[in-house]
Design a protein around this ligand. Structure first.
Ligand SMILES: Cc1cc2nc3c(=O)[nH]c(=O)nc-3n(C[C@H](O)[C@H](O)[C@H](O)COP(=O)(O)OP(=O)(O)OC[C@H]3O[C@@H](n4cnc5c(N)ncnc54)[C@H](O)[C@@H]3O)c2cc1C
Length: 421
């Protein structure tokens, strides 16, 4: 039987270093599924694992299984560009995402896990007067909610990121919109940290266990069929990101979602070049530098529906062209790796954390481009929903019924579009 690793500390690190690091145990147990659980969570990504952790910690519900068809951290939680921020416009979204940012700020101490939370700042560039007006409005709205936001002029941008071509002939930079508390987090460490913390509170994390069917009695869910057999469940949560529509079909209903692939890229490692996250305002391009030195960047979705986690070459060209317009010096770098993730896009670009047409079946999904930053708050509020059956006040606007009732979320006040995330 494996010995689970005890608490991590500086003392322990020094002790293990002297013993050749032979004393570390696995971070979580390799659990085999039981026949029945109070709650079964389908999907061992960031949201599924965080929900399991907060169910145990906040609500004392520990008879919980997280069923993951692959390995922990191999879904979108380990495939994203790692950006966290709360620079939204609508008051409801500012409150939700800033709650998440505040949880990020204390997360490593809470989980006893180094997730490399780095509040290095998130900068959006301004290339037109109208864009500056919109971002000024957004900054004011954030300040009204007590959240940090700053507007920079062109010189301020140049000082912060000298690499940006502020005098670009086609898209000159007029200024920037900065949230200093935004930044990056080591993405797969988030999955590992929540997995370890949930496991230590008694949650079973079952890997290589694919859910293949949903069992119902009348209008209520009663369990799941899996590649490891049938499991009964009092409540079931879908937290499968890009695969939400497939799971919903197994349960007998449809979701207003489309799945697309989103690609990301990393360059060869170089010395420190970019100190913060930079988002291009004239095209869809965002970039930061990892602690290893690689530039991590991405752009928009591939334009067709797909569950494949690889993208098309036209989008590679599009992303690289935007990057070179913004920072011509990047042309000297080589791209080291490229990958993709299956994105669950809603019509208004906002997530769904909700009850479903099936009783005792809940959904956390529709994260579009932005579900990584939301993992702590998503897990916290989804746990509340599953435990109590009622939405936490921070997610009252994320209900599934909004699509049927025509109350879609107009996040930026300029139209409820999926790409306005
Ligand atoms: C390239 C890219 C860049 C991104 N950049 C950012 C960013 O910078 N900032 C940000 O906030 N967000 C970003 N995102 C979005 C973010 O990664 C996702 O919204 C978020 O990770 C989704 O939630 P999750 O972590 O729970 O999903 P996942 O990690 O995908 O977890 C879902 C899990 O469900 C499992 N699963 C699916 N079907 C089944 C089944 N039948 N049975 C059992 N298990 C199943 C999958 O294997 C998967 O592990 C990005 C996404 C991509 C792809």
């Amino acid at each position: 039987m494996s010995v689970i690793s005890s608490a991590y500390s500086g003392f322990r690190l020094a002790y293990e270093a002297l013993r050749g690091h032979r004393g570390w145990g696995p971070a979580w147990r390799k659990a085999a599924p039981k026949q029945a659980y109070d709650v079964v969570i389908v999907g061992g990504g960031g949201h599924g694992l965080a929900t399991a952790y907060y169910l145990a910690k906040n609500h004392g519900i520990t008879n919980v299984a997280v069923l993951e068809r692959g390995g922990i951290g191999l879904g979108n939680v380990g495939r994203n560009t790692t950006i966290i921020r709360s620079n939204y416009f609508s008051p409801e979204n500012i409150r939700f995402y800033d709650f998440s940012l505040r949880l990020w700020e204390g997360l490593e101490a809470e989980l006893n896990y180094n997730a490399m939370v780095s509040q290095r700042g998130a900068l959006n560039l301004v290339h037109a007067d109208g864009q500056r007006d919109l971002l000024a409005r957004r900054a004011n709205q954030m300040l009204l909610e007590g959240v940090d936001a700053e507007l920079l002029d062109k010189d301020g941008v140049k000082r912060l990121v000298p690499l940006v071509d502020v005098d670009n002939g086609r898209f000159p930079v007029l200024g920037g919109f900065l949230q200093r508390r935004g930044g990056t987090v080591r993405h797969d460490a988030v999955a590992w940290g929540y997995a370890r913390a949930a496991d230590r509170r008694g949650v079973d994390i079952v890997e290589k266990c694919e859910v293949t069917g949903i069992t119902r009695e009348g209008d209520a869910v009663t369990g799941v069929e899996t590649s490891l057999g049938s499991i009964r469940a009092g409540k079931v949560l879908f937290a499968v990101a890009g695969h939400s529509s497939l799971l919903a079909a197994m349960a007998g209903f449809r979701l207003p979602l489309e799945t697309h692939v989103l690609q990301a890229f990393v360059s060869e490692a170089v010395k420190p070049l970019i100190d913060c996250v930079v988002t291009y305002g004239a095209g869809h391009f965002y970039v930061s530098q990892s602690d290893k030195g690689g530039l991590v960047f991405g752009g928009a979705l591939d334009g067709y529906n797909s569950y494949a986690r690889r993208g098309s070459l036209p989008m590679v060209e599009d992303v690289l062209a935007a990057g070179l317009t913004l920072m011509p010096a990047l042309g000297r770098l080589r791209v080291l790796r490229q990958w993709g993730g299956a994105m669950d896009m809603t019509a208004d670009g906002n997530p769904i954390i909700s009850t479903t047409p099936v009783r005792n079946l809940y959904l956390n999904g529709g994260w579009c481009y932005g579900g990584f930053k939301a993992i702590p708050a998503g897990g916290f509020t989804t746990a509340h929903l599953v435990a109590t059956g009622a939405p936490h006040p921070l997610i009252a606007h994320f209900g599934l019924e909004r699509f049927r009732e025509g109350r879609v979320i107009d996040e930026r006040g300029i139209g409820p579009y999926a790409w306005m995330h």
